[in-house]
Design a protein around this ligand. Structure first.
Ligand code: NAD
Length: 477
């Protein structure tokens, strides 16, 4: 018996959780449940994170968490419980299978069967934002090699386990050559270790367009956090089954499983909600804890129920469905069909007793890192970059002004008068003779800037790693 933590959540949460647990028990899942309270009540009791210490203790000791949706109260100050959990528990992989169940559930994409694997901890979601001038705010996009290796390896292992033939990488490395470039580079490295699985890479804009138009060309998609957030919602929506999709958030130590929909307060307490999303996530949970036999029995019974036309109100269609049922009756219908195999929908087919076992990240040998200069960011209310360059030319050390950009576009030397400039200037100082910069030259430069009344708002050091530039050129440089 494996003990798992459950939370019944808010709105329709308790109804769909009761239905799901009833099915798990009837299918003889080898699990015990420990219930915790999270969500609205906890938020409104004054805990702005929506989760208390006892709940954390339960999740951290059981390490597997089945979560019903919660209501985030309106108004400021309440933090997203999901983001907190993903980060605090190191749940680096978000897995969202998006499949259409045509002709039993209406969809424009009858052949769609794609799994979106989204990196869950990094990217613009690091939440590192600053306002630096009157006119400009910034958000730091952090992508790490361990973060890329973990999620991409996960995607290939997932594809192998679930017998999928292709993994597609979605990035925007034509623009973000270093951050998305690293994700793409690691994708190519890891793909080479899986010659049995096809690998292809897409630029996110056309990839999202193709996903919305011809989703059947994708099998497994792996992508950084923000793109994953967007494309996983597109994929779930167009599969025709937002109310039917489950998701898993997987970490090295803990895992959390939940439906993708919210707490649906408009239908709460009416026995109308479709419990399928939470049930699908419970099926993913059973696979994760090595109970593939139970997962398969439930999946087959659920498929029988759907293909026989026994539908809750959200998917019921006159003439196509055969019986309109409530939440609990739907669960009973699934239970009655345990042990049966579907006639039309694909029979669930998992490798038995296999769990994803990923190797621990191995840090590579440190590269040779050489300081080549510094980008000094300046708050300056002027408009003519030549004026700023004149002031900056007074700063004197072994690094010299080579370029000024405004919002990334080169404005000095040889800028265009058409370029619109804000009060946020990036001033690049580099060594002129190719040798390493002296570490002391940056503080020297900054103290001179102070004397000249230049409002420095931040600096970024410029390094070469094993002779390769670790920084981008200015646009137009
Ligand atoms: P929602 O997903 O709760 O509801 C959107 C629509 O879909 C509603 O019409 C609802 O009735 C319907 N719906 C959702 N799930 C259904 C189901 N299982 N069966 C039948 N119909 C279903 O989204 P919302 O209305 O934007 O959000 C409501 C609350 O849920 C908010 O407080 C939001 O913060 C929260 N939320 C929580 C989570 C989570 O806990 N993971 C996710 C999304 C939203």
């Amino acid at each position: 018996m494996q003990k798992i933590t459950i939370a019944k959540g808010d709105g329709i949460g308790p109804e769909i959780m009761d239905a799901t647990l009833k099915i798990l028990k009837a299918a003889e899942a080898r699990v015990d449940f420990e219930e915790i309270e999270i969500g609205e009540k906890v938020y409104l009791s004054g805990n702005t994170s929506g989760i208390g210490k006892e709940a954390w203790d339960s999740i951290r000791s059981n390490r597997v968490f089945l979560k019903a949706p919660i209501t985030t109260p309106q108004g400021g100050g309440y933090k997203s419980l999901n983001v907190t959990m993903r980060k605090a528990l190191g749940l680096y992989a978000n897995i969202r299978p998006c499949k259409s169940y045509y002709p039993f559930i209406a969809t424009k994409h009858p052949k769609m069967d794609v799994v979106i694997i989204r990196e869950n901890e990094e990217d613009l979601y690091a939440g590192i934002e600053h306002r630096q001038t009157d006119e400009v705010v910034q958000c730091l996009k952090l992508i790490s090699r361990p973060g890329c290796e973990k999620i991409i390896r996960y995607a290939f292992e997932y594809a192998r386990l679930y017998k999928r033939k292709k993994v597609s990488c979605f990035v925007k490395d034509n623009i973000m050559k270093h951050t998305d470039g690293l994700f793409h580079q690691v994708f190519k490295e890891i793909a080479a270790e899986y010659p049995d699985i096809q690998a292809d890479s897409w630029i996110i804009d056309i990839a999202a367009a193709r996903l919305a138009d011809t989703p059947e060309i994708f099998e497994v998609v792996v992508t950084p956090n923000l793109y994953g957030d967007v494309v996983s919602d597109i994929a779930a929506q167009i599969s025709g089954s937002v109310g039917l999709a489950g998701s898993a958030n997987i970490g090295e130590l803990c895992a959390m499983f939940e439906a993708i929909h919210g707490s649906a307060p408009d239908i709460a307490g009416k026995d109308m909600a479709n419990p399928s999303g939470l049930l699908q996530s419970a099926i993913m949970m059973l696979n994760h804890i090595g109970q593939q036999d139970v997962a398969e029995r439930i999946k087959n019974a659920w498929s029988c129920t759907i293909e026989e036309g026994i539908h809750t109100a959200d998917i019921y269609k006159e003439g196509e469905s055969t019986q309109l049922v409530g939440t609990q009756a739907f669960a009973d219908a699934v239970i009655e069909r345990l042990g049966r195999k579907p006639q039309h929908m694909k029979v669930a087919d998992y490798e038995k007793g296999v769990q994803l076992q990923l190797p621990k990240y191995q840090r590579k040998l440190a590269s040779s890192k050489v300081l080549k200069g510094v980008d000094v960011f300046v708050d300056w209310k002027g408009q003519d970059a030549n004026q700023l360059a004149k002031v900056l030319a007074k700063l004197n050390s072994d690094i010299h002004l080579t370029m000024i950009t405004n919002r990334g576009v080169k404005v000095w030397p040889n800028g265009f008068e058409e370029t619109f400039c804000t009060d946020h200037w990036r001033c690049r100082f580099e060594v002129s003779n190719g040798s390493p910069a002296d570490k002391g030259s940056i503080p020297q430069l900054l103290s001179q800037a102070l004397q000249e009344n230049i409002d420095v708002i931040k600096t970024e050091n410029l390094y070469e790693f094993d002779g390769v530039k670790g920084y981008s050129l200015g646009q137009g440089q």
